[in-house]
Design a protein around this ligand. Structure first.
Ligand code: MN
Ligand code: MN
Length: 467
């Protein structure tokens, strides 16, 4: 047999796109670097189970890198690193480049809120000799997934006197956790006949928080009293303080390796802390600094990006306008020449649910960062739909930096869909395209990603910030 390739084989090599598994493309050094990178990412996930905690964790990492709080009007020169926390729930960071802001900025936009169960304003009550907490779900959850799993309670309570206290129940080793036990199969005959979307009534997503009565008390609500007594002892709060609180029930899981080969990573809240961490690390590690690099970690993406800490908020424009003011540049001109990588997760092809994917156009595991020309539903409704030119630009940036990348679409046409912050960036007259990590079980209490894809998304962000 001749080793010589036939003419048609060479021609095929020239013309065909060969979509290889990333492990057949990268070297051992890259595999090791991806594993090391994911150890840091796992720590970030465990520290950041809400957007507030993500801001704190990100600020701690940024300060280690020499970032300082931005003060309006401060003089800035190339290489300066600044950040602004938007009400502790969203974070803006910038590294000033050598070029004028009139040449535009390179933006990485990700979100740090994730689906969860929020407590209602009047959450605590007693029934069946249990103390329970009423919840209102946040974001697109499949309700049955939140039953019979250990839950933690994270958040902040603002007391009557204006002081606030941070709540973190279940996060420390040895802490008790909370739970919503599911219905036993023995009595679920009627419920099992219902469609999955309606089988669990959201008004029944009530969290069990105690069962032991207050010993000396008489009459009703002795268990509720005992729970309030414990909360008061630990946090100095009363029932009325729930009215000015943000308390979120999140899964009580730590981030772990998945698979015997440890090639996958499982955790709560990877949508979109996987891209948030990639954007942060990419900003920290970018070497060339021609244009100014701006990273925004936004809140409220899971409920439409509205509100003062969401991507539709003027907080982003205000921050960039403040930077522009220091150079006498107009925000309009800056935006017009800017580029944004909207870094958010996409759906990973799942052989267990193959019928909802167009395999040819889906994100397969271990293919690196997934570039999405458009998101949205039906006929691309709600998509910003990046132009061929913007796709071409992103492609060149990734190729120059040796980033493993592919193009992905979220599922079959008309099966469903989803959105990101991309359209809110593009609406500002900023060239924008979506890219991110593909996820199995997105929005579930335990989401799974590929380590190589997490690492390649970091390299993609770094490459964007190095332009
Ligand atoms: Mn997302
Ligand atoms: Mn999401």
């Amino acid at each position: 047999m001749s080793e010589e390739k036939k003419a048609w084989e060479k021609r095929k090599e020239q013309l065909f796109l060969d979509k290889k598994n990333g492990y057949d493309v990268v070297d051992e050094g890259t595999v090791g670097a991806a594993a090391d990178y994911c150890e840091g990412y796992k720590k970030f996930l465990d520290a950041a189970k809400t957007e507030r905690e993500a801001v704190k964790a990100a600020v701690a990492l940024a300060e280690e890198q020499g970032f300082v709080p931005y003060v309006r009007g401060m003089a800035l020169k190339a290489g300066d690193k600044v950040y602004r926390s938007n009400r502790g729930k969203s974070l803006l960071l910038a590294v000033i480049g050598e070029a004028s802001l009139a040449e535009g900025i390179q933006i990485g936009a990700a979100h740090i809120d994730s689906p969860r169960l929020d407590l209602k304003p009047y959450p605590l009550y007693e029934d069946g000799d249990f103390a329970l907490l009423k919840t209102h779900y946040y974001g697109g959850i499949r309700k049955y997934q939140w039953l019979s799993i250990p839950l933690e309670l994270h958040g902040v309570v603002v007391r009557k006197d204006g002081t606030s206290v941070e709540v973190r129940i279940g996060a420390e080793p040895g802490d008790p956790v909370l739970a919503i036990p599911d219905l036993l199969p023995h009595l679920a005959a009627a419920q099992s006949q219902k469609p999955m979307g309606t089988a669990v009534d959201p008004e029944n997503l009530n969290i069990f928080i105690g069962s032991r009565p207050y010993a000396e008390a008489e009459g009703s609500d002795r268990i509720k009293l005992a729970v309030l007594d414990l909360l008061n002892e630990k946090y100095g709060i009363t029932e009325e303080d729930f009215l000015s609180a943000e308390l979120c029930a999140v899964p009580a899981y730590s981030a772990v390796d998945v698979g015997l080969d440890r090639s996958l990573l499982g955790a709560y809240g990877q949508d979109d802390r996987v891209c948030s961490y990639a954007a942060l690390k990419g900003l920290f590690d970018a070497e060339k600094r021609h244009k100014t690099a701006v990273c925004i970690l936004a809140d409220k993406e899971e409920i439409g990006s509205d509100g003062v800490t969401g991507m539709q908020s003027q907080a982003f424009d205000t921050f960039v306008a403040d930077l522009c003011d220091s150079q006498g540049v107009s925000l309009r001109e800056c935006f017009e020449h800017s580029f944004c990588l909207s870094a958010d997760v996409t759906a990973c092809y799942d052989p267990n649910f193959a019928n909802v994917y167009d395999k040819r156009n889906s994100s397969l595991i271990n293919r690196g960062v997934g570039l999405c020309k458009y998101t949205g539903s039906r006929g691309k409704s709600g998509a910003s739909d990046a132009s061929a030119e913007v796709m071409g630009y992103a492609r060149r940036v990734f190729e120059r930096a040796n980033v493993l990348w592919h193009v992905a679409e979220l599922g079959k046409v008309d099966v469903g869909g989803g959105g990101t912050v991309a359209l809110f960036m593009a609406n500002r007259n900023i060239d924008t395209v979506d890219a991110g990590v593909s996820v199995l079980g997105m929005h579930a209490p335990f989401e799974v990603t590929g380590k190589l894809d997490c690492y390649m998304t970091y390299l993609a962000m770094k490459a964007v910030f190095e332009e």
